[in-house]
Write a protein that binds this ligand. Structure first.
Ligand SMILES: N[C@@H](CCC(=O)N[C@@H](CS)C(=O)NCC(=O)O)C(=O)O
Length: 203
């Protein structure tokens, strides 16, 4: 299988971490989305990363790719097969991805000339970020990992969102405002899969 990813994409980082954690044999191809010669649209009409090529089809978006990679790579499964547990993990992924969506929306708006920027958008998206962080933090209280205190794809999804929010908003004081998330992120960053995929400033 082949994964197209870009350096700081939090959605693609989830899959890179999953591939690493599950020791999947895959080719990782970095693309630069802003590059005019980027050919990602040939594999994904939405021209987004991550995109996975496997068994002669392209697979997107990240929640679908994660299911595919986890199922095809065998034990240990990081997305539980038990339906109720799986829903817990997938809703964590939904909040985490939504957190990233809000952070990306603000970043794209900031790239516009000042006169064209929509200040209502900043407020609306920032509220989503704060409420989601509060929500995730509450759910993590008293736990080491989210699901049954065992490392799972829920932690990967939240960890990637936290990494991205920390990159874009270094001023957020996680240790004082979201202590349970702070602890989770510190724990995750001890894993080599998180260290080798950490987002880089200014990319
Ligand atoms: N829901 C998608 C989001 C993927 C996404 O938006 N990726 C960004 C990079 S962080 C992208 O490819 N943007 C290019 C574009 O929207 O044209 C997923 O989870 O895979």
């Amino acid at each position: 299988m082949k994964l197209f990813y870009s350096n700081n994409s939090p959605y693609a980082r989830k899959i890179r971490i999953l591939i690493d954690e599950k020791k999947v044999s895959a080719t990782l191809e970095k693309v630069v989305l802003a590059d005019k010669n980027c050919t990602i649209h040939e594999y994904n009409p939405l021209a987004k990363v991550p995109t996975l090529i496997a068994n002669d089809i392209s697979i997107f978006d990240s929640p679908v790719i994660a299911e595919y990679v986890d199922q095809k790579s065998g034990l240990p499964y990081l997305i539980p097969s038990d339906f109720d547990k799986k829903i817990l993990v997938k809703r964590w992924e939904a909040i985490s991805d939504g957190l990233c969506d809000a952070a990306v929306a603000i970043m794209l708006e900031k790239r516009k000339p000042l006169s064209q920027q929509n200040t209502d958008l900043f407020e609306k998206q920032m509220r989503k970020i704060k409420l989601s962080l509060e929500w995730l933090n509450r759910e993590m209280e008293g736990k080491e990992y989210y699901l049954e205190n065992k490392f799972s794809y829920a932690d990967i999804a939240a960890g990637c969102a936290l990494g991205y929010v920390k990159l874009r908003y270094p001023e957020i004081d996680f240790e004082n405002e979201y202590l349970s998330l702070y602890r989770l992120y510190e724990l995750l960053m001890q894993r080599s899969s998180f260290q080798t995929t950490a987002p880089e400033p200014y990319l």
